[in-house]
Ligand binder design. Structure first.
Ligand code: SF4
Ligand code: SF4
Length: 384
């Protein structure tokens, strides 16, 4: 696919756009290395490919990203964990994307703040460690591998990403090297995967050394649902397409009547599995994960009470701290992971010195830059 370079305008590090009401996601500093949907993996149900502003016919990379992130981290006084990248796979097999991802990570390491990567690319994950070996000992990051399907059905869900077996193998290698890893099984498409296939998946994940799974049954808009159904119909599992459409309450004959995405309503009409079915599914899968000594969290579609108890944050990994700056240097805040609604170490006197983060969703960029007096920071909570 053609690669294009572009200047990124505006603030790079930003929170999820969701307001406090019904918000589940922690505060993150999201980093978009490419335009939304610029990803050669081209998964049919990908939400990043169906925003009104998505670019999925070429790879648009933001060339000034490392410099911009360096400047923003230099100015910031508090930094939630950085998240690379929710709009494309930053380890996809495109040389230019991987190079800029490496540059961004080097900037992150220089500033000593937390980050994580979500990927479906096994070889990209292993190559990253070869290119930046200091990541093996870096304490504030983890890698989440998405493993959403069995090897047979991956041809439907992520045909151009790494093979499922390769992703499992990469997780195992990284875990053996002492790197924190987790797994995502989302979207776990109801009607496409059977119970035994899902159990196979989580057992294989357990064997890699992963201790935490994030899952969801996903939601789709009319384009991503139509693409998914077409991929199912073109596979040897074609007979499952009508079952998936039925569960997600999508009627192909009515496709033109469903609301299209707009800049105000980016998804347009959304197609979900019914809530009672989701509850039943997640209760079951959480039990199965916990019986294998793993914890479990549900991405977005059910409240925190459905997740395993006492998680530091929904992504589970206990090394992704919020950092605050003292004397020009970032320090991690003990027990603070930016999931302010779930696990603030002291809600009456938040050790970050920014009680506004308890209620400001999404946070404003100025919140990251406001200076704190030394009285506001509870230095007992600073690690190292
Ligand atoms: S790997 Fe992720 S970003 Fe890339 S196409 Fe697949 S779902 Fe979309
Ligand atoms: S100390 Fe509490 S309010 Fe401050 S960032 Fe951490 S969890 Fe959020």
């Amino acid at each position: 696919m053609k690669v294009e370079w572009k200047e990124f305008k505006g603030q790079v590090l930003h929170d999820f756009p969701y307001p406090l009401k019904n918000r589940k996601c922690p505060h993150y500093a999201l980093v978009s290395v490419t335009a939304s949907g610029s990803c050669v993996h081209r998964c049919p149900m990908c939400y990043a490919r169906v925003y009104p502003w998505s670019i999925d016919d070429r790879i648009v990379i933001y060339k000034n990203l490392p410099q911009k992130i360096d400047e923003e981290l230099s100015r910031a006084k508090i930094m939630p964990p950085l998240y690379l990248s929710q709009v494309s796979d930053v380890l996809q097999p495109v040389r230019e994307v991987r190079e800029i991802t490496c540059e961004v990570i080097k900037v992150i390491l220089k500033h000593n703040v937390s980050f994580h990567i979500v990927t479906k690319n096994a070889e990209g994950a292993l190559e990253l460690i070869q290119k930046i070996p200091s990541l093996i000992k870096y304490p504030f990051w983890y890698l989440a591998m998405t493993i959403e399907s069995t090897p047979e059905k991956q041809k439907i869900t992520s045909p151009f990403a790494s093979k499922i077996e390769s992703r499992l193998r990469a997780l195992k290698i990284l875990h053996k090297q002492g790197i924190m890893v987790s797994a995502r099984t989302d979207p776990c498409i109801l009607g496409l995967l059977g119970k035994n296939e899902i159990l196979w998946l989580i057992e294989k994940i357990r064997q890699t050394g992963v201790k935490h799974i994030v899952s969801s049954t996903g939601f789709f808009n009319r384009t991503s649902m139509a693409r998914l159904l077409l991929a199912i119909k073109e596979s040897r599992f074609a007979s499952l397409a009508s079952r998936v459409a039925h569960i997600y309450e999508f009627c192909e004959d009515r496709i033109n009547s469903y609301r299209v995405p707009t800049s105000q309503e980016w998804a347009g009409k959304r197609f979900w599995a019914p809530v009672e079915l989701r509850k039943k599914f997640h209760r079951w899968l959480r039990r199965e994960a916990e019986s294998r000594s793993m914890t479990y969290a549900i991405c977005l579609e059910l409240p925190r009470s459905y997740d395993s108890p006492e998680l530091p944050h929904c992504e589970g990994c206990p090394n992704n701290y919020v950092h605050i700056k003292r004397n020009g240097k970032f320090y991690p805040v003990d027990e603070c992971f930016g999931d302010c609604m779930r696990s603030c170490p002291d809600r009456n006197k938040p050790p970050c010195g920014k009680p506004i983060l308890l209620t400001q969703y999404p946070y404003k960029s100025t919140t990251l830059h406001l200076s704190k007096t030394s009285k506001e920071i509870n230095i007992q909570y600073l690690l190292f």
